[in-house]
Design a binder for this molecule. Structure first.
Ligand SMILES: Cc1ncc(COP(=O)(O)O)c(C=O)c1O
Length: 473
């Protein structure tokens, strides 16, 4: 019996690998050019998706070919005209790193030996890249889990032993902008803080939370016996890309002795640019930060990062001493810093990407995206039928189509823009998502793809105007 007799292949590994790399190469080449539309799901694929599990093997080549067809008719964020949500773009070396990491399947729960060193180094590099003095952190599945991780540390910091005793009888609260990402509420639900105790405070006309409102809310809560756990500054809101003023919020937090968390899942990579430094003034004062490498650092999902100023705060929230995971108190396992147990080697893709491209190429790609957002804004402003809804602070440009015959009719405009986005998605030349800003439905393109170029932005505007003008009255 050979080692492979349990799960034999019907082709050589070399042939399989060559075929897989052919598929990947073809995909990468197809991402270099925008395709004219998105293929629909054909009947063969529908049939395939209905089949029950087979007792017998399918040839590996055939199964891989099927996987390639499934992927080709799926929405790939890697394509250059995917402008919806806050996308990612499947950077090639990141894809290879994922394959390599899976191949060795290192688990970063207990010591993974060299992998631990690389994870720690990659965390340091993220901190250096954005200018945050991190002393610890963890790779996570994304912004949701990074925010949860940071807020668990904040809860334990404000109320030591709350992870053991629970919060029963203790009233606590979080403070953020009304446009903070929903993951803050979700973290509050999971941590026993309660979504109703997330104070989503009003935003000003630049869509930032006002630090005076935060100070007032903290004060009011304290006077009512409520313990403030953390203030969350969002640096790059999901809806409009607004960047809260970190320094002003840091001032409040330092005076009130409250944890400051910066949710920069989307926007923090821009802090690496000299021209954007001012937007992120005060970042170094935060107790924790969230940044998603699978958003504006171009890596394939999932690659979230949470960084903390003081690593003992993570250990206080997460460390365990179990009979099946022995370690010295001074030598924490990676799992003692985060909430996942089995942990893939996510750090490898960020590490490899920084090694292969260097920090400067990343900064250039981010600058390009900012320039594309500026171009999009200019094209919107130059058109009589388009209306910019929010002045972009980062790379999100919310706008709507306003045909002459609907001017002034808000209800009809909302209906028109909702249908327009649907039609654009069906058309498939560009992919954009809709959003609602101050009651107005709009298109909300976000430029975070290194494959996007100026022509793609122009096509976005052309398609909007073309399909917008064809809308049934
Ligand atoms: C500001 C912000 N925070 C958190 C998240 C959640 O990130 P993830 O989807 O990686 O969990 C997002 C997602 O878009 C976001 O924009």
């Amino acid at each position: 019996m050979t080692r492979r007799d349990g799960l034999p292949l019907d082709v050589s590994r070399q042939a399989l690998l060559e075929y897989a790399s052919e598929i990947m190469l073809k995909a990468w080449q197809s991402f270099d050019v925008a395709r004219p539309g998105e293929p629909s799901i054909d009947d063969d694929l529908k049939e395939l998706a209905r089949a029950s599990i087979s007792e017998h093997p399918t040839s590996a080549r055939q199964a891989l070919a099927e996987a390639a067809r499934i992927l080709d008719s799926s929405l790939a964020q890697s394509r250059p005209r995917f402008f919806a949500f806050v996308g990612s773009s499947g950077l090639e070396v990141g894809v290879l790193a994922d394959a390599l990491a899976s191949c060795f399947d290192v688990n970063l729960a207990v010591s993974g030996k060299s992998a631990d060193l690389i994870e720690a180094q990659a965390l340091r590099w993220v901190g250096e890249f954005i200018g945050y003095p991190a002393n610890g952190g963890a790779f996570t599945s994304g912004g949701m889990v990074s925010n949860l991780t940071a807020l668990a540390a904040a809860r334990e910091h404000a109320l030591p032993r709350s992870r053991h005793e629970g919060l029963a009888g203790k009233h606590v609260a979080l403070y953020c902008s009304s446009e903070a990402h929903y993951s803050v509420k979700r973290a509050a639900e999971i941590l026993g803080i309660g979504a109703d105790n997330v104070r989503g405070l009003p935003i000003d006309k630049t869509r930032r939370v006002n630090s005076k409102d935060v100070a007032r809310a903290v004060d009011l809560d304290r006077k009512s016996g409520i313990t403030p756990l953390a203030v969350i500054a969002t640096t790059g809101t999901t809806l409009t890309g607004a960047v809260d003023k970190i320094a002003e919020l840091a001032e409040v937090c330092e005076q009130e002795n409250v944890w400051l968390h910066v949710d920069g899942a989307y926007g923090l990579p821009a802090a690496s640019l000299n021209e954007c430094k001012e937007l992120f003034t005060g970042l170094e004062r935060a107790d924790s930060v969230t940044i998603d490498a699978h958003k504006w650092l171009y890596l394939p999902k999932a690659c979230g990062v949470v960084l903390v100023k003081n690593r003992t705060t993570l250990a206080a929230a997460f460390s365990h001493f179990e009979n099946y995971m022995l370690h010295d108190e001074s030598q924490m396992n990676p799992v003692d810093m985060t909430l996942e147990y089995s942990r893939p080697f996510r750090a490898l893709k960020l590490w490899l990407a920084f090694r292969v491209h260097g920090a400067e190429q990343f900064r250039t790609a981010i600058k390009n995206n900012l320039a594309q957002a500026k171009l999009c804004k200019e094209l919107v402003e130059a058109s009589e039928e388009l209306e910019l809804l929010v002045e972009p602070q980062l790379s999100t440009v919310p706008f709507r189509h306003v045909p002459k015959h609907l001017q002034g009719n808000e209800v009809a405009l909302n209906d028109h823009n909702l249908k327009l986005v649907k039609r654009m998605q069906e058309d498939g030349r560009v992919y954009v998502s809709s959003a609602v800003i101050d009651g107005r439905v709009c298109l909300r393109p976000c430029f975070v793809n290194f494959r996007t170029c100026d022509d793609d932005v122009k096509v976005l505007i052309e398609v909007t105007l073309e399909l917008g003008s064809k809308s049934p009255p």
